[in-house]
Design a protein around this ligand. Sequence first.
Ligand code: SF4
Length: 387
Amino acid sequence: MVSESEDSETMKEEKTPKIPVWDLPDVPKGGLPPHLELQRTRVLCTFDAPTHTENFQYSGAYASMGVDNSLRLEEFRSNFRVEVISLTEDDMEFDMIGIDAAIANAFRRILIAELPTMAIEKVLIANNTSVVQDEVLAHRLGLVPLKVDPRLFNYKSENDEPNEKNTIVFKLHVRCERGSSRIKVKSNELKWLPHGSEFILGTEKAAADSTSKTKTYTSFNCSQDSLLEFVNNPIGPKHDDIILAKLGPGQEIELEAHAVKGMGKTHAKWSPVATAWYRMLPEIVFLQEIEDEKAEELVKKCPVRVFDIEDIGKGRKRATVARPRSCTLCRECIRGDDWDKRVALRRVKDHFIFTIESAGALPPEVLFTEAVKILEDKCERVITELS
Ligand code: SF4
């Protein structure tokens, strides 16, 4: 920054007529000069690092230029859009347009850490002669995604009795017979026990007192398969072919696995998504026409075929941006030989390409609507506390 002496400032003030900045010819009235508007709305990607990555949320950020930067609800409502690009049983890609990166990130974090699912938390091992240690086996079982709607269950605290509304019980009993070859124990061996645990609690006492009622590790009042939600939709692992262990001849595993409701912030096994992530919409702009052999060179530079060539007549060719969404920002197209003076790589700051990959408990579109509800609840709580 150049500092000037007080005298020279006074002289300059005298010489320069005071003109409001919005009256200058190159500043659109009520708007920002084009270079500032570009910095406000785009991340500029140079070959070594992105620049202008920050967002200006302060309402008075551009007050000196006569621009009101405050957030208006009506404006947000008219600008905000969600467009679904692809949707399958397991994943969804959609565009969220007109929001800030902080909100997109809030959805991502809620999806990963705050949406509950059911996962195996307690494993009762009756017999394990495999080479996999009990702890490792229990850990593997915990990571098996379960195909069950967590909204149908309650959280179970430490002091709660395991019942049909807070616990799902599976049993696994596999033996590799002597003389046969090694076998794989896969997740399809986990069998749902809708009546609850079959392991007897306090066997010795029960044997001594034949009048006492046999008690198991769970206290189900009714069978879970009598509940309407599970009649046509039995509970089980999402995938049948996850390998849990391998058994040699004579080896055996017998256990019960109890699943409870939890959140990804406690342990990743409760995260309902394999991943949830977003990226800003890529924008590729030609700063000058790219023609003939330069056009061909540009097409070859891009590994994901973002560019195409069009025929402009008289045997001449011109490069076009055909598939900007595919850009991975590898920056190959602006490397070397003044290419950064021909091509500009940008990211649109308020346009997010969001991808959700469900782990299997709920479809991705339901996960997103649940995430919206959680964010809404949080906002309401904050507003209530403030008021
Ligand atoms: S940054 Fe990479 S992916 Fe994007 S247009 Fe350039 S070469 Fe293609």
